[in-house]
Design a protein around this ligand. Sequence first.
Ligand code: NDP
Ligand code: 8X3
Length: 262
Amino acid sequence: MKNILITGATSGIGYATSRILAQAGYNLILCGRRLERLNELKEVLKKDFNSQIYLLNFDVRNFNECQTSVDSLPAEFKNIDVLINNAGLALGLDSIESGNIDHWNTMWDTNVKGLSYMTRIVSSGMIERQQGQIINIGSIAGKETYPKGNMYCASKFAVDAITKSTRQDLYSHNIRVSQICPGHVEDTEFALNRFEGNKDKARIYNDFNPLKASDIGEIILFVISTPAHVTIQDLIVTGTQQASAVQINRNGRTFDPAIETF
Ligand code: NDP
Ligand code: 8X3
């Protein structure tokens, strides 16, 4: 069975994807900074699905930590078949003239450089084996900007560019490179992190049905499950009540099971 490395497995999309891929029988290398969460997830997946799991506890912003962690993988996990670059975050929602410089640096270092570090490190083995798949989690914010999105949008536009360029570098080695660009996704810590733990500000999903983290996990499973000669290059995915980054039907949760009519 394939070995899949997922960054940002401790919560949100990464956590949900880990469950879905474990259920599908894949061997997983789960990454994140919160070791306790990783340990808990490993135990749950072993209990529920008898999964083969290896944990890597590191910060994607630190190239040496990324390299040392991947180098430390035992023989049975050494060959990474699929890299899912999911770790990322938004910090703040400020107009450009008042942007927080620490926020900017953290977003760029995580979303752009961390993703690129992991791709650089893992792709060399894929090139040796002449096979592999890389899935980058971009965002609708990497396709269109919105007010006060500035550096987060820029970081996701960069992911969009890096995804395309990576595909151009690696396609002749039979390596598939994909991007998935979600709109709003609940069951994540995304909004809470963006607003630095302010639960009132983070309450942005109450009045419409956004995507669920598991929706993205199911799409990732589909992208992985396609035959090796198929590359899904790019997917923009939103909840049905979201038409663009700035157009959201906030007239209530149309698709709540309690009121769903079809
Ligand atoms: P969460 O905050 O729930 O998950 C983010 C994950 O990234 C956590 O597991 C966190 O783990 C990890 N992470 C953050 N910083 C680092 C770091 N420096 N080193 C290693 N791991 C790190 O948010 P989501 O699940 O929503 O986010 C996943 C991806 O989806 C991100 O790239 C985000 O930009 C993207 N996205 C999210 C959307 C949404 O609406 N939620 C929409 C579109 C895209 P830990 O803290 O343990 O290290
Ligand atoms: C997360 C979606 O619209 O908050 O990438 O930027 S958005």
